[in-house]
Structures are given as structure tokens and as C-alpha cells.
Ligand binder design. Structure first.
Ligand SMILES: C[S@@+](CC[C@H](N)C(=O)[O-])C[C@H]1O[C@@H](n2cnc3c(N)ncnc32)[C@H](O)[C@@H]1O
Length: 296
């Protein structure tokens, strides 16, 4: 238990309060050809602003996918342990060119660049999509220089991190990833993450927030958790502060946030299986950040 623990539903004022960082993240995502989830700029600014140090330290991106966080941290010279149960075997070439990407467990090593290119093209349905992908890869191959950090890719479940020694990670960030676990399964994930953290290190996670009871948002396949559930799952100290009492007011501001509403990524408009079905701005949940420091 630690008095530095806290829970914070993310206010949209984060965007204005961290404008330089928001602009940097937008630029990086554009350069890498990545889209943001509808609330990810809130998640990323909150998480990054609570990291005490980035340069030269080991940070786990838990449930990283190909998301922006790990690349941002590598740009700032961190050593990233990038963990996801989804395979990154077909990681596009442009990421491998700019970052020192290594796979650490051999179950799913990176496919060779040509095989990865072929597999990625096969997955893209339209000719326009395929051409855009090739263009991005060529542009990345020609223009990208190497970033200073390193990214070590682990394809495994966050509840089973045997490959990672205890007390070896300076900080852990999880961008909208942990809510894709049943509440009970999430308890096991948190135990395993805390094992890997160094004493004094922070586990920082963003997840879906629920006001009255935990519930599952079917289109995005994500859980939303109450304050009580988060306190239990993350083993937070009982006096850890929380702003859940402002739930309704913060939700009103989120629903009226023109910056997020007017910048929805294109993929939202093409299906109902996402956090903003068919691109209709209608947030069904808000985002909460949890900070859990591992005691000494
Ligand atoms: C919505 S995506 C977010 C990906 C990334 N953090 C980003 O910013 O784009 C959630 C990711 O968390 C991963 N994930 C969730 N629970 C996991 C677990 N128990 N073990 C490994 N990966 C997990 C999923 O495989 C998925 O890639």
C-alpha cells in the first residue's frame, strides 16, 4: 500500500494543459502512419505526464500493440519492453527501420521484411489501402533515421511474464489495454505487473470508467470499472485520492469536447465494432487513470 497511489478520471483539460506534448504525439503518429483511438490523446498525455523519467530507463508498455506510446518512449531514449498477446510478427518495416526492435521470446519471431510486407498487403482489402501502405513503407525506408531508444517485443500474456525478471522494470504504462480483461483476470495481470516493477516504480494504466457498476462495452470489447473495483484490482491504499465524485461533470465536458469529436480517425466510420460505432460522436464511457506505486 502506498500514499502515492491515486485514481483520476481524465479531464479533457489535459489537452490544453499539455499542448506541446499533444502536438508532438500528433506529429509522431502522422509520421508513423498510425491512428489514435478516440480518447488516446487523453490517455497518452496523462500517462506520459506522470512518468518521472524516460531517458535511459526501462519502461514496459503493457498491451502495446503497435501503438504510439512505445515509439514515443523510444524517441526519448527509453528501453521499452513491449508486451502484447497479439502477434507483432508482421510489424511493418518502417517501425523496424527507425527503432531498434528486437523480439525476445522466440515463439513468434519477427517475419522477414518481405514476408511481413506480403502479409500486411494481403490483409488490406482495397487497392487504395495497399498502395497507401506501400507508399508509407517506402517513405519510411527512405526518410527514417534511427531513434535512440530500443524496443524489445514480447508476444505473451500480461498474466504470464515468466521471461521478465522480478523487480526489473522502472515503470509500466498501459494505454487502454487492461480493460480487455475480465475483472477477475485483471487482478492476476496486476499481480504479475507489480512483480516485474522495481520497488518505488509506478504502474500507470488507463482504462474505462464506470459510475455505478462494472459493465462491458460490447462494440469495443472493453470493461468499464467502478472506483471500488479499481481500488480492489490495483490493491490501492484506502486513502488514495480519487475524483470519481466529479464523474458526471467530467463526462459532460468529455461529451462536449470538440477537439476529440472533430478528429475521429477514419476507421471509426467504417464499422460498428469499435468505441465510436460508425463514427457517430457519442461517448458511452470515460477514461480513468490509475497510478499504483510499488512499495519498498
Ligand atoms: C485497444 S488495444 C491498445 C493497444 C495500444 N496500447 C495502443 O495504444 O494502441 C489493447 C491491446 O491490449 C492487449 N492486451 C489486453 N490484455 C492483454 C493481456 N492480458 N496480455 C497481453 N496483451 C493484452 C490486446 O492484445 C491489444 O493489443
Amino acid at each position: 500500500m502506498n500514499t502515492q497511489d491515486f485514481i483520476e478520471i481524465l479531464p479533457v483539460s489535459l489537452l490544453e494543459d499539455h499542448r506541446t506534448l499533444v502536438n508532438e504525439l500528433r506529429l509522431l503518429a502522422r509520421k508513423l502512419g498510425l491512428d489514435f483511438g478516440w480518447h488516446y490523446l487523453l490517455d497518452l498525455t496523462w500517462l506520459i505526464s506522470h512518468l518521472e523519467k524516460i531517458e535511459g530507463v526501462t519502461i514496459m508498455d503493457a498491451g502495446a500493440g503497435l501503438g504510439v506510446m512505445q515509439w514515443y518512449l523510444a524517441e526519448h531514449n527509453a528501453r521499452i519492453i513491449s508486451v502484447d498477446r497479439g502477434s507483432r510478427a508482421d510489424m511493418p518495416l518502417r517501425f523496424r527501420k527507425r527503432y531498434h526492435v528486437k523480439t525476445k521470446n522466440e515463439t513468434q519471431p519477427l517475419n522477414g521484411p518481405l514476408k511481413a510486407l506480403f502479409n500486411n498487403l494481403k490483409r488490406l482489402p482495397s487497392l487504395a489501402g495497399k498502395l497507401k501502405f506501400i507508399w508509407r513503407e517506402l517513405e519510411g525506408a527512405v526518410t527514417f533515421t534511427e531513434a535512440p531508444g530500443q524496443v524489445q517485443v514480447y508476444d505473451c500474456d500480461l498474466a504470464e511474464l515468466e521471461a521478465i525478471p522480478s523487480n526489473s522494470i522502472d515503470a509500466i504504462v498501459a494505454v487502454s489495454a487492461l480493460e480487455h480483461n475480465q475483472p477477475q483476470a485483471l487482478e492476476a495481470v496486476v499481480v504479475e505487473l507489480l512483480r516485474c516493477l522495481k520497488p518505488g516504480g509506478k504502474l500507470l494504466a488507463t482504462l474505462g470508467a464506470a459510475r455505478d457498476q462494472d459493465w462491458f462495452h460490447e462494440p469495443s470489447k472493453g470493461w468499464n470499472y467502478t472506483e471500488d473495483s479499481l481500488r480492489r484490482i490495483f490493491q490501492l491504499s484506502p486513502d488514495a485520492p480519487s475524483n470519481y465524485s466529479q464523474y458526471d461533470g467530467l463526462f459532460f465536458q468529455l461529451k462536449n469536447c470538440a477537439e476529440l469529436r472533430d478528429n475521429l480517425a477514419k476507421f471509426y466510420f467504417t464499422s460498428a465494432d469499435n468505441g465510436m460505432p460508425w463514427g457517430k460522436w457519442d461517448p458511452q464511457y470515460q477514461i480513468v487513470g490509475v497510478c499504483r506505486m510499488k512499495g519498498y
